[in-house]
Ligand binder design. Structure first.
Ligand code: CP
Length: 322
């Protein structure tokens, strides 16, 4: 795998939270917290990336990630090139690698990449030019590092910086979820007291993804006393047939309702990365209720993405690098 940290210990690419040093992760969270007002447009736009172009190179659909990277880059003064795979020569069979090399030839040095294949962003980082920086905006089931960071920031704002006493429950389609993997990496790095993972056996990974977690398929039991519930979307686009009997059955066994949430700690918070399958993994009442941090996650996404773009940009002696 491409080294995302260079020989001087600085972040060049952000490909995964797996192995990202705690100090680097915390610095990104701290920075995002500081610039949150800027991120939400309440203070002046900054010009760190003036004269540079950031390309959102998305081979899969997105609302939150793509839009928030675009806003983040613009708030830092960059021009943004939104690459639309569905209207590009990708449709004629051009590879992601050739697409990257062609955009680099136009002077683009910053890429935010989403792809359906595991490892696709790592593979692009392997062939990227010397001055190019890549941020993984989600590859297959593998990683969604900025989602992991924004979820950690949201939890930290709600529960404080000491995660050692927290009980966090991740629920649902863990098997197909890059969000779950990045959340698990962030939660472990931050020293979370107990990480519980719950879902039907058919949707739990059978590799070492869940090492060190308390794992079970009884949602009601797993909810007891937790401080945070991180719900996952059913990844129907990545799912083989028959893993879930029916959406009604799934909701009955793993849907978060207000009554169920009563089993968690009184001040428990609820997260969901979106997009939400309302009435399947979570009810409207919970998604829009007082314990839900769903929209705070979205707001924090802009701040985290500004912090990531800012941090990787610092590699360059001149802003033109990114
Ligand atoms: N959470 C998330 O990645 O949402 P999008 O697919 O809309 O970017």
């Amino acid at each position: 795998m491409t080294q995302q940290i260079d020989s001087d210990g600085r972040l060049r690419h952000l490909l995964t939270l797996d192995g990202l040093p705690r100090e680097t992760l915390c610095r990104l969270l701290d920075r995002a917290g500081q610039i949150r007002d800027t991120a939400l447009g309440r203070t002046q736009r900054r010009n760190l990336l003036d004269g540079t172009t950031v390309c959102t190179l998305f081979f899969e659909p997105s609302t939150r990630t793509r839009s928030s990277f675009q806003i983040a880059a613009q708030r830092l003064g960059a021009d943004v090139l939104n690459f639309d795979a569905s209207a590009s020569s990708t449709r004629k069979g051009e590879t992601a690698r050739d697409t990257l090399r062609n955009l680099e030839a136009m002077g683009v040095r910053g890429f935010v990449v989403r792809h359906s294949e595991d490892g696709a962003v790592d593979a692009l980082a392997e062939v990227a030019g010397e001055g190019t920086t890549l941020v993984n905006a989600g590859d297959g089931r593998s990683a969604h590092p900025t989602q992991g960071l924004l979820d950690a920031l949201t939890l930290r704002q709600a529960k404080g910086a000491d995660f050692s006493r927290l009980k966090v429950l991740i629920v649902g389609d863990v098997k197909h979820s890059r969000v779950a993997r990045s959340d698990l990496h962030a939660l472990r790095t931050l020293g979370t007291g107990e990480i519980r993972v719950c879902g039907p056996q058919s949707l739990l990974p059978d590799d070492d993804t869940l090492a060190g977690c308390t794992v079970g398929d009884d949602f009601d039991a797993m909810l007891e006393g937790v401080d945070a519930v991180m719900m996952l979307r059913l990844q129907r686009e990545r799912m083989e047939e028959g893993l879930v009997a029916s959406l009604d059955d799934y909701h009955r066994d793993y849907g978060l309702t207000q009554a169920r949430l009563g089993r968690a700690a009184r001040d428990a918070v609820v997260l969901h990365p979106g997009p939400i399958n309302r009435g399947v993994e979570i009810t409207d009442e919970v998604a829009d209720g007082p314990q839900s941090l769903v929209l705070r996650q979205v707001s924090n996404g802009v701040a985290i993405r500004m912090a990531v773009l800012e941090t990787t940009a610092r590699l360059s002696p001149e802003a033109a690098r990114f």
